[in-house]
Design a protein around this ligand. Structure first.
Ligand SMILES: Cc1ncc(C[n+]2csc(CCOP(=O)(O)OP(=O)(O)O)c2C)c(N)n1
Ligand SMILES: [Mg+2]
Length: 327
C-alpha cells in the first residue's frame, strides 16, 4: 500500500526541497570566492526528483544517486553537516574525505557510492537488487541517472537483466533535457525515454519531475511492485536544471527564455503554493521553515570549515579489500 501523506509529510517534503536548494546555493556562493575540492554540479530546479523518489524509503533500501541527485542524500538520512563536509573533502564527510558529496555513499543510510563514469553505477544497482534476492530480503534499490546517461550500454544490459530476473530495482531517469549542453533531441531519438521500458518488458512511467508529490507517488508504486517480486520499473522524471552543467561551465548554451520558463515551474515554490492553498501552512509557517533551513546550512558550513582533512595514515583505509584466501 502506498503510504498516505499527512500534513506533517507535506511540510517535511517542503523542508527537504528547501534544504537541498539552500545547501546547493550556498555551495555555489562559497565556491565562487573560495574554490571547494568539489566542483558543484547542482540540482537546483530539479530537487523534486531526488527528494520525492526517496521520501519514506526504508533505511535498508538502497539508493545509488547520479551526479546530481543531491536531495536524496538528505532524505535518506545523511546530515547537512556530513554532506557539506563531503563537499569540503573533510574527514567528517560521509566518505571521510575520500569522495566529495558528488559521488559519496554511506552504507549506514543505504546510500551506495556512485561513480564519475556516467551510468557505470547502474549495473551495480542490478547487483544490489540481485543480492537482495539471494539473501531473501525485501529491500529495494533505486538507481538514478540522466537523459544523456540513459544512452550508455550499461543501462540497457541492466534493464534487461533486471527484468529477466524480476529484480527489485527502480530505474529513475532524471530527464533534465540536456547532457552538458547537448539537448536530448540531439542525443536521443525518442522524445520519451520511458518508451524504451517496453522493449525490456517493464512498465515505463512518465512523471512531472517538478511535482514532488507526483514523483513520490509514482516511485512508491514502483517500489511496491519491486518489493512484491513483480520486477523493475522505469520512471522518467521530466525536469530541468537552472544552472550550467557545473560551476565550471564557461557559458551556458541553453536559451535564456527556456531557463526562465522552467524557473516558473520551480518545485519548491510550487509545493509552497500548494501548502498555502490547502491551508496546510500559512506564510509564517513557511518563513519559519526557511529560517531554520538557513540556520542549518550555515551551521553545516561552519562545521565543514572547522573540520580537519583526513589524516595521511587513512589514505589506504577502505580503499582496498584483502583478497579472500583461496584454499
Ligand atoms: C562515460 C562518460 N562519458 C562522459 C563523461 C563526461 N560527462 C560527465 S556528466 C556528462 C553529462 C551527463 O548528462 P546526463 O546523463 O543527462 O546527466 P545530467 O548532467 O544532465 O544530470 C558527461 C558527458 C563521463 N563522466 N563519463
Ligand atoms: Mg541531463
Amino acid at each position: 500500500m502506498i503510504p498516505l501523506l499527512q500534513n506533517a509529510d507535506f511540510l517535511e517534503l517542503y523542508r527537504l526541497l528547501l534544504l537541498t536548494r539552500v545547501t546547493e546555493e550556498r555551495m555555489v556562493e562559497y565556491h565562487k570566492h573560495s574554490p571547494l575540492p568539489e566542483l558543484p554540479h547542482t540540482s537546483i530546479g530539479q530537487e523534486a526528483v531526488g527528494v520525492g523518489a526517496t521520501y519514506k524509503l526504508r533505511r535498508d533500501d538502497l539508493i545509488i544517486p547520479s551526479l546530481r541527485t543531491r536531495g536524496a542524500f538528505l532524505t535518506k538520512g545523511i546530515s547537512s553537516r556530513q554532506l557539506m563536509a563531503g563537499a569540503f573533502a573533510k574527514v567528517t564527510g560521509a566518505a571521510r574525505g575520500k569522495n566529495t558529496s558528488h559521488h559519496m555513499g554511506d552504507p549506514r543510510c543505504g546510500v551506495v557510492a556512485g561513480s564519475g563514469v556516467v551510468s557505470s553505477h547502474v549495473p551495480v544497482g542490478v547487483g544490489t537488487a540481485l543480492a537482495a534476492r539471494l539473501r531473501k530480503k525485501d529491500y529495494v534499490t533505486a538507481v538514478f541517472f540522466g537523459d544523456g546517461g540513459s544512452n550508455r550500454g550499461d543501462i540497457h544490459e541492466s534493464m534487461n537483466m533486471a527484468s529477466v530476473f524480476k529484480l527489485g530495482i527502480v530505474f529513475i531517469c532524471e530527464n533534465n533535457q540536456y547532457a552538458i549542453s547537448t539537448p536530448a533531441s540531439f542525443h536521443t531519438p525518442v522524445r520519451d525515454i520511458a518508451v524504451r521500458a517496453e522493449g525490456y518488458g517493464m512498465p515505463g512511467v512518465i512523471v512531472d519531475g517538478n511535482d514532488v508529490i507526483a514523483v513520490f507517488e509514482a516511485a512508491q508504486e514502483a517500489y511496491e511492485r519491486a518489493r512484491k517480486g513483480e520486477g523493475p520499473t522505469f520512471l522518467e522524471c521530466k525536469t530541468y536544471r537552472w544552472r550550467g552543467h557545473s560551476e565550471r561551465d564557461p557559458r551556458d548554451l541553453r536559451p535564456q527564455e527556456e531557463i526562465e520558463e522552467w524557473k516558473r515551474k520551480c518545485p519548491v515554490s510550487r509545493l509552497g503554493a500548494k501548502l498555502l492553498e490547502k491551508g496546510i501552512a500559512d506564510e509564517n509557517t513557511l518563513s519559519d521553515i526557511r529560517k531554520k533551513v538557513n540556520e542549518e546550512v550555515e551551521d553545516a558550513i561552519a562545521f565543514a570549515e572547522s573540520s580537519p582533512y583526513p589524516p595521511a595514515e587513512e589514505a589506504l583505509l577502505n580503499v582496498f579489500s584483502s583478497r579472500p584466501e583461496v584454499k
